[in-house]
Ligand binder design. Sequence first.
Ligand code: BT5
Length: 269
Amino acid sequence: MTLSSELKPDAIKHGLATSIIGREIIHLSSTTSTNDVAKALASEGAADGTVVLAEEQTAGRGRLGRQWLSPPGTSILCSVVLRPHLASEQAFYLTIICSLAIAHAIEDSTGLHPYLKWPNDILINDRKVVGVLTELELVERKLAWAVVGFGLNVNFNPQDLPDLGQEASSLSLELGRPVPRSQLLQLILRELDCRYAGLADRGLLAIFEEWKRHLGTLGRQVCVTSPEGTIQGLASTVDIDGALIVRRSDGQMQRVLVGDVSLRPTDRP
Ligand code: BT5
């Protein structure tokens, strides 16, 4: 398998040995957004764990209508249909298990040290390498299904894209060599499979503790932009409901449930 070859569902399934994630894998050369495809499949009854992959997205999405950019054939663009037994307010645990799975797989396969940034990013050396977008379908306020999508920058230099620049990185940029996508994706799907089963077996608390340990933003000075405005302070901890707790400079603790965090420039190493 060459580094530039397309991801092949049969090769990914071969030896995958997961119980739920990736039993069905759909690969597209180009699509608008793998999340859109996975959502359409989920609404038609696609099985728990169905994986949708694309080499190229023409309308890759982040949160709040933001764009996800990736040159064709360079990234892992993946969305997974999940049908968990969770209350809708616990659905952020799906973002968490996916982020933990990706971070572990990157560390195991490359030796790099990724960390999670609240609420949905994975960074290496303070630059974004992965974004996760979870979308939910609620029926009578109950979680019917979810699609967890992620974009992982593998073999391109984000600094070549004018809209990304210094804030983004990729595995090949960090390592100075290209990375085979297929093996890495297999590892991610396996790690996700364990943690998805773990939601039922080990419970949310064990996942919560693992999340806290990997949240590299805790203990750092941050600027948080949320619908309520912008605050600065120390990212001190997270709550079991996913909220980030920030100690503001006046000593007040503030909970943030929805927002974006940036590391304060003075705190950069
Ligand atoms: C995210 O949103 O980070 C979630 C991105 C999820 C993308 C995946 S790809 C597969 C699936 N299909 C989709 O259509 N989406 C999912 P957010 O936190 O809103 O961050 C978006 C911001 O990240 C953008 O406004 C850019 O500043 C930045 N960005 C865009 N592309 C990037 C890239 N390749 N690497 C690093 N940062 C990027």
